[in-house]
Design a protein. Structure first.
Length: 69
């Protein structure tokens, strides 16, 4: 049976690679974050790099056909 998958991750341009939320935007240090906690955490990280950044979602979509391709 063909399979369709998709995943997305939040990328904030001014944050260093190790601080990027990516696909783990809702998880931090082993804890699942509420919406308010996500806003607080990444607002704090953005303040450390000047208070402003741009960003977006990086989206990956994959289709695997019955033959494995």
């Amino acid at each position: 049976m063909p399979v369709l998958t998709d995943d997305s991750g939040l990328i904030l341009d001014k944050l260093p690679k190790e601080k990027q939320p990516g696909v783990y935007v809702r998880r931090h240090n082993g804890k699942e974050l509420s919406d308010e906690e996500i806003i607080e955490l990444y607002s704090s990280e953005i303040e450390k790099v000047g208070g402003k950044t741009t960003g977006g979602f990086l989206i990956a979509i994959t289709i695997v056909k019955e033959d494995g391709n």
